[in-house]
Design a protein around this ligand. Sequence first.
Ligand SMILES: *Cc1c(COP(=O)(O)O)cnc(C)c1O
Length: 424
Amino acid sequence: MTRDIYTRRESEARSYCRSFPTSFVKAQGSILTDDTGREYIDFLAGCSSLNYGHNDPDMKAALIDHLMADGVTHGLDMHTDQKEAFLTAFEEIILRPRNMDHKVMMVGPTGTNAVEAAMKLARKVTGRHNIVAFTNGFHGMTMGALAATGNSGKRGGGGMPLQGVTHLPFEGAFGPDVDTLKQIEFMLDNPSSGLDAPAAFLIEPVQGEGGLNAASADWLRGIAALAKKHGALLILDDIQAGIGRTGTFFSFEEMGIEPDLIPLAKSLSGFGLPFAALLVKPQHDIWKPAEHNGTFRGNTHAFVTARVALEKFWKDSAFQDSLTDKTRTVETGLTSIADMIDGAFLKGRGLMRGVDVGSGDLAGTICAEAFKRGLIIETSGAHDEVVKVLAPLTTTDEQFAAGFEILRDATRAALTDTMKIAAE
Ligand SMILES: *Cc1c(COP(=O)(O)O)cnc(C)c1O
């Protein structure tokens, strides 16, 4: 099959297809199959949209049953049996056991919609416009969320000034010896700092696109305290780090923090279906009916699969317990890569981990060599310098072993390439 149709008709904005130039026809668990029958191990998992792997059989069966019974596909935000079942399961399995009294706001289907709703609501609640976001943060592509995103290439796509956000340094932005919490405190306490009083702090507990910088519990608690002191809301963007990725359902669990607003998306549906929501502390839920509206708020098919995911993976501790071993497996695998490269070191937390190889060129070459050998893996970071593992949380030991074997071969090949180039 020729793939001219993409160059002829698909916008130049296309991206991942450029790194993985083949045509996929099948997906199961942690394996993608292309149109030549070649299998690839998937260490990207739809950028963490497929934490339970591709085509989980129980979610698939429930969705097929729903379709065959003429279950509702689109219901605006009307009451449906599936919406009720999802909300009930989310309350019982996720919110109540964690003592969270948050309400669930249905937003448009992608993560940026949830961030956009959070920014609007924080401004409405506080009557302030400024939102503090952080260096290397990524929050989405619509204008509000883009203003909070650090990446200059993406910001440039906005085509007009991006307003209402001040970027302050994330933990460790100036290295381990500089306490950015102190700097932020100074900015907030000094009435001549030039920082407008913030409506909210918007933070990724682990920066997914910005290089897998993982905030410590101490730093997050410090920001939470500053937010409280200065009358600002705390928004923890758990779109990529949430839903099990760091080893617990939410990435900030066990840190003693109560975020006011929590955008969720990516793996929320469990099945790779578009579905986002914003968790809102009840005292902040001051929207008027339909004030933040949208045609596709709540995806009924995603309600079905998300509920099955909660029942299957989060009702007892077996799945979460299994993540401890897998975290160790990924750490060992990545350490073996880091050992091959001068100065390389590990980044991230839980199953959101990677290795900083020191240059975007090397990281890009490693990923390209990995793809040639049957592994799908991407880079992250301000200079794309981190090789990032976002394997499905259901990846087996054998698949991890095979994936890291490929990654080591790819690293060896990339290092040889780089030395050849240097010698020329
Ligand atoms: C992916 C992502 C978003 C945006 O989600 P989309 O579904 O791509 O709009 C926002 N925040 C974080 C942390 C993300 O990883």
